[in-house]
Design a binder for this molecule. Structure first.
Ligand code: URP
Ligand code: ZN
Ligand code: ZN
Length: 469
């Protein structure tokens, strides 16, 4: 099967040219101007953007969390992703207490088996090095294509690890070539503040933010950076939400240290006041780190523009407002933390980032596709449009107006963070490995189409598995 995508504006992190993309089988085999080739299927992309499929390295599908399970499984979450122009993601496989890493991975592989729409890989979230997995076992995971170790410095009593576990994992990463990812907040201090707030009768959703101040994100970010420096491993700080965390990342990168950071779509648009909305609506915005005061948003735009932060992800961790968020009706600390976002990232960042002159189209591609692919061992198979790469391509109409709404989204969540927001620019056609997955508002593949991707080690390239035809 061959596909010719004709006459579009091909935008990569490095280039922005009008031309044709020719796909044979699963891979791109030719890029050029007015290609004179016959194809089984021709897509007229005149006036459209031709982008690499977006890569999201931060998602939580079918994950037990906060006394419930995230509402999107691998089919619904990945369908939302595909409609949003994301063709590959890396999900968190969470080690249960007392579980070996092999058992955890087996559990997560079973969750995606027969259900996948798009391609995906796994990070391992280390929660227990005493009764569960060992450092020796952890060291074997990169050979299985699990090349990033995630640690939570918050969620005391649940996912949180102590500094010894964090540091020992970092030492293993320095040996094995894995990338260490941290959720950086001071979980011990937060636990004290939560206890005090509840004792004082402060149970409403906005206390989620008041008990997790930016300083505690800044402190943990700096701690993780210094520990990674001593251990000698590369570090990636997830969901950076505020100036207090941006500053230590900027300082580390200024010194040339192996430190990277991401922020997520929601931190540019949702601020602290959303948590104060009446009628328990604030619970929709209970995710961690919490929405910050508005002044942090410009800091984040500046950080993604200047490469202090290198990726924009979603942290898609969807719950129902009615029935799941309501677990915390009388106690904000019982509201499951997380929100949907997989479908909205490209449209929101295109409209408010590119459309409002904050970043260029090429920088958008770099933040949403190329850098995540490079950092997480997927490049150059994923994250770019190049000869030899997987034909993961988004044909994007830059002029189409849409209104974001829960009624039209593909996530099973009953709300979106961006209800009623009007954006210019929409996904038209999505290809994964040369197959049309989304076109004209319809899903064209069955669950089971998506493939598991064994990722390369940090700094190494993922070469195509199949030679060009
Ligand atoms: O609130 C959030 N972010 N939920 C998902 C878990 C995490 O901390 O990333
Ligand atoms: Zn987190
Ligand atoms: Zn997350």
């Amino acid at each position: 099967m061959s596909v010719l995508i004709k006459g579009g504006r091909i935008v990569t992190a490095a280039e922005d040219v009008v031309g044709d993309v020719y796909v044979e089988g699963e891979r791109i085999t030719l890029i050029g101007e007015s290609l004179d080739v016959a194809a089984d299927h021709v897509i007229d992309a005149t006036g459209k953007l031709v982008l690499p499929g977006c890569v999201d390295p931060h998602t939580h599908l079918d994950m037990p969390f906060g006394g419930t399970v995230t509402i999107d499984d691998f089919t619904s979450g990945q369908t939302a992703a595909a409609f949003g122009g994301t063709t590959c993601h890396v999900d968190f496989c969470i080690q249960g207490k007392g579980q070996s890493f092999a058992e955890a991975l087996e559990t997560w592989h079973a969750k995606r088996e027969g259900k996948a729409i798009i391609d995906s890989g796994f990070h391992i979230a280390v929660t227990d090095l005493t009764e569960g997995g060992s450092l020796e076992e952890l060291a074997t995971l990169p050979d299985q294509g699990v090349t990033s170790y995630k640690l939570f410095m918050a969620y005391k009593g649940a996912l949180m690890v102590d500094d010894e576990t964090l540091f020992r994992t970092m030492e293993v990463a320095a040996e094995t070539g894995a990338l260490v990812m941290v959720h950086a907040e001071n979980g011990d201090a937060i636990a004290v503040l939560v206890e005090q707030a509840l004792a004082a009768g402060n149970s409403a959703p906005h206390h989620h933010a008041l008990t997790r101040p930016p300083e505690l994100e800044g402190e943990a970010t700096n701690r993780a950076i210094q520990l990674a420096r001593v251990a000698g491993c590369p570090l990636y700080v997830v969901h950076v939400s505020c100036k207090d965390a941006v500053d230590p990342i900027a300082a580390a990168r200024e010194k040339g240290w192996q430190v990277w950071g991401e922020t997520c779509t929601q931190y540019f648009f949702v601020d602290y006041t959303f948590l104060e909305r009446p009628g328990f609506e604030g619970a929709k915005y209970v995710y961690t780190p919490p929405p910050r005061p508005k002044e942090h948003q410009e800091v984040l735009w500046n950080a993604v523009r200047t490469d202090v932060l290198s990726a924009i992800t979603t942290d898609h961790c969807a719950f129902l407002w009615q029935g799941q968020k309501t677990l915390g009706q009388d106690d904000f600390s019982k509201i499951p933390n997380g929100a949907p976002g997989l479908e909205d990232r490209l449209r929101m960042i295109h409209h408010f980032g590119v459309g409002q002159g904050r970043i260029s189209l090429s920088r958008m591609v770099e933040l949403l596709a190329t850098n995540p692919a490079k950092l997480f061992g997927l490049y150059p198979r994923k994250g770019t449009i190049a000869v030899g790469a997987d034909a993961d391509v988004v044909v994007f109409d830059p002029d189409k107006r849409t209104t974001i709404s829960a009624a039209s989204q593909h996530s099973k969540s009953d709300y979106t963070l961006y209800e009623g927001v009007e954006v210019v620019g929409d996904v038209e056609t999505v290809l994964i490995r040369g197959t049309v997955v989304v076109d004209g508002g319809e899903l064209k593949v069955e669950p089971g189409f998506g493939r598991h991707i064994a990722r390369a080690r940090f700094g190494e390239q993922l070469r195509p598995a199949v030679p060009a035809a």
